[in-house]
Design a binder for this molecule. Structure first.
Ligand SMILES: C[S@@+](CC[C@H](N)C(=O)[O-])C[C@H]1O[C@@H](n2cnc3c(N)ncnc32)[C@H](O)[C@@H]1O
Length: 213
């Protein structure tokens, strides 16, 4: 992943954003040491952003598509009230096992349920009510439009869809890969969608916020 923001400024932003609790630092280090795909975890700045968004909209129900080792899920769960709920979807039992082992060590882990299996099937099986306050999309890029279309009816009015990697290392300017084309198509879909108010942020690899009208 190339840096969207100048690396020195990126480091400055990192160093001046809310530090995570020690357990999240440990999860980050564990993932770096044991997972070849560690670059996928959202890290300190985006984790802090997600936590703040959950707090700002006073979310009680959050859906995450793409658990990996659990960094973003645990970040968001921290900002949920004690009776809040976060459902996180992943199809990989090994990363889900790692995530669960860290959730179980957190006082917020009891709010998190892992839905193991194909995320689109999981999402399609969910009723429209009770609605989610926030949906974080961070799984296979080609399915972003499908996740978005399934998530929107399950989101309350004023709720947020947050989509990760929406600049795809800058490739959205001239997409070459299937993932790059899918992300560019997703960005066009969200931009043209009158059902949401949207803003793209140059955080990490690009983060889109779409607020349901
Ligand atoms: C970018 S990672 C998620 C990173 C995570 N949010 C974090 O902060 O650590 C994407 C995850 O989506 C999962 N995934 C990809 N395609 C999927 C699918 N069709 N259904 C369920 N999970 C999927 C992968 O197994 C992977 O763990």
């Amino acid at each position: 992943m190339i840096a969207i923001v100048n690396p020195e400024l990126d480091r400055y932003v990192h160093d001046h954003s809310e530090p995570p609790p020690a357990l999240l630092d440990e999860l980050r280090e564990f993932t770096l040491a044991h997972e070849p795909r560690a670059v996928m975890q959202v890290g300190r700045v985006e984790g802090a952003l997600l936590r703040m968004l959950v707090a700002l909209i006073q979310a009680r129900r959050v859906l995450e598509i793409g658990t990996f080792t659990g960094y973003s899920a645990l970040s968001m769960a921290e900002a949920l009230p004690p009776d809040g709920e976060l459902i996180t979807c992943d199809r990989d039992p090994e990363v889900a096992r790692i995530a669960r082992s860290f959730f179980d060590r957190s006082e917020h882990g009891g709010k998190i349920r892992i839905a193991l299996g194909d995320a689109l099937a999981t999402l399609r099986a969910m009723p429209a009510s009770p609605a989610f306050d926030l949906v974080f999309i961070d799984a296979d890029k080609e399915r972003y439009p499908a996740y978005y279309e399934e998530a929107l009816p399950r989101l309350r009015r004023g709720g947020l869809i947050v989509a990760d990697n929406t600049l795809w290392s800058g490739e959205v300017l001239a997409p070459e890969s299937a993932d790059g084309r899918a992300i560019a198509a997703f960005n066009d879909l969200v931009f043209r969608d009158p059902r949401v108010e949207k803003v793209m942020l140059t955080v990490r690899d690009g983060v889109t916020l779409a607020r349901k009208r």
